[in-house]
Design a protein around this ligand. Structure first.
Ligand code: CTP
Length: 412
């Protein structure tokens, strides 16, 4: 529930992409946000107010002269809505509304709220590619950016008019991530690299050795760091989750590629979280052609892959490192051994088999956090979201302790 307690004011104008924002309202509410919708007259014609009212659970505000039909708002609805919002998103924003906003016009409820709010303002222009590229529209976009709004870049592809080019409203899932990033504190706490997903070790041009890691835990951790004000990037193996643009990812496939990308990223990072499921072995040789059923080769010779976490943990003046240990036996004893072997600063230990409702694919799992000094968080069955939050706190307190030690002349 990343948006729990957050109040999002969504201004929809009369572009064809208005329909996409219906899904956005649903996604925001599913993550705990309170959403209110403002429609321009054009948007009401394009998308209608009924669906927005049903999905947001609030009356839709449109006309500045008619008080919003809600006991929470009086006839100065524009000021009350402006104060209510934690974030104002205008999506899609037509060329017409863009021009009004750039000129500071105040003739509709939406333009009034835009002027009155102190909340961050996100504006997502969406229109035909030639219109978007026109000098006047570009001038207005620049003006809004200069005035402090954040411009959501239009994406490229097929447009409603049949042409192909830049001007599409980003998909609702992308808009959701843009809202999350804008609502998170400025990324001043430090730089974390989240390494997530699985690796694929090629056998021949069409076959690989891999595992079932989905990348969900890595994503949860990336979100928790971003929400706490960290700058997040990623080294990402193949995975099943849509990775957000606010955490730029270097895509890799094999363990060797992951090793190279991690070593490079670790040089500039304050912390590396190794949540990836790295294959421990790879085929000694990759066949150049597809191996035939009739081939003489009936077994694969494997050679060990590097231990990426151990290598980064041994870097001189390297980042703080966090490892993961999925164990099905004696959790703490095995995790302690792994922490010592890998030389990392923190180890998240979890046992997916413990507890009735806990485990693979579930939201709850038995987990704890270990440092060389002992348990930072005792193992217990809890949600994976709690795990991510606890991990950020553990990293921050370790960092604070090592900063005060190094300013007093100690090591890392
Ligand atoms: N890891 C790594 N490089 C590898 C294997 C694992 O960096 N070649 C990292 C994982 O990302 C994880 C931690 O090491 O953070 C522990 O991974 P795990 O698979 O549990 O450990 P193994 O080294 O494979 O040890 P074992 O087989 O004894 O469980």
């Amino acid at each position: 529930m990343r948006f729990q307690g957050k109040r999002i004011l969504l201004g929809v104008t009369g572009g064809i992409a208005a329909y996409k924002t219906l899904s956005l309202v649903r996604l925001l509410r599913a993550e705990g946000a309170d959403v209110r919708v403002l429609l321009t007259h054009g948007a009401e014609i394009m998308a209608g107010r009924g669906a927005f009212e049903a999905l947001s659970g609030h009356p839709v505000a449109e006309n500045v002269f008619a008080p919003v039909e809600s006991p929470e708002f009086s006839s100065v609805a524009h000021i009350e809505l402006a104060r209510w919002a934690d974030l104002l998103l205008i999506a899609p924003c037509t060329a017409h509304t863009l021009a009004k906003l750039a000129a500071g016009e105040a003739d509709t409820l939406l333009t009034l709220v835009y002027l009155a709010t102190k909340a961050p303002r996100l504006v997502a222009p969406s229109m035909n590619c030639a219109m978007l590229g026109s000098p006047a529209v570009q001038r207005n976009i620049r003006r809004l950016a200069e005035d402090g709004a954040t411009i959501v870049e239009a994406s490229s592809g097929e447009l409603a008019c049949g042409e192909s080019g830049k001007g599409r409203l980003p998909e609702p899932e992308e808009l959701l991530e843009i809202c999350f990033d804008r609502l998170s504190p400025a990324p001043t706490r430090g730089e974390v690299v989240v390494v997530a997903g699985r690796t694929e070790e090629a056998v021949d041009p069409v076959r690989v050795i891999t595992n079932r890691s989905s990348g969900k835990t890595g994503l949860e951790i990336a979100r928790a760091f971003r929400a706490a004000g960290w700058s997040v990037s990623a080294v990402l193996g193949p995975c099943d989750v849509a990775w957000p643009a606010w955490a730029p990812a270097t895509r890799v496939r094999s363990a060797l590629e992951m090793e190279a990308a991690c070593k490079k990223a670790a040089k500039r990072a304050d912390c590396v979280v190794m949540a990836a499921a790295v294959a421990d072995f790879r085929p000694e040789r990759v066949a150049e052609q597809k191996i035939k059923r009739s081939s003489a080769m009936k077994s694969l010779k494997l050679v060990p892959n590097p231990d990426v976490l151990a290598e980064i943990s041994s870097m001189k003046k390297g980042p703080l490192t966090v490892g993961f240990a999925l164990e099905t036996g004696d959790l703490v004893a095995r995790a302690r051994e792994k922490l010592a072997r890998k030389g990392c600063d923190l180890l998240v230990m979890n046992n997916p088999l413990n507890g009735d409702e806990a485990g693979f694919g579930k939201d709850r799992v038995e987990w704890g956090i270990l440092s060389p000094a002992g348990a930072v968080v005792e193992p217990k069955t809890r949600s994976k979201e709690e795990l991510a939050g606890a991990l950020v706190r553990a990293v921050e307190s370790l960092r604070a302790a090592s900063t005060s030690r190094s300013s007093a002349g100690g090591a890392r």
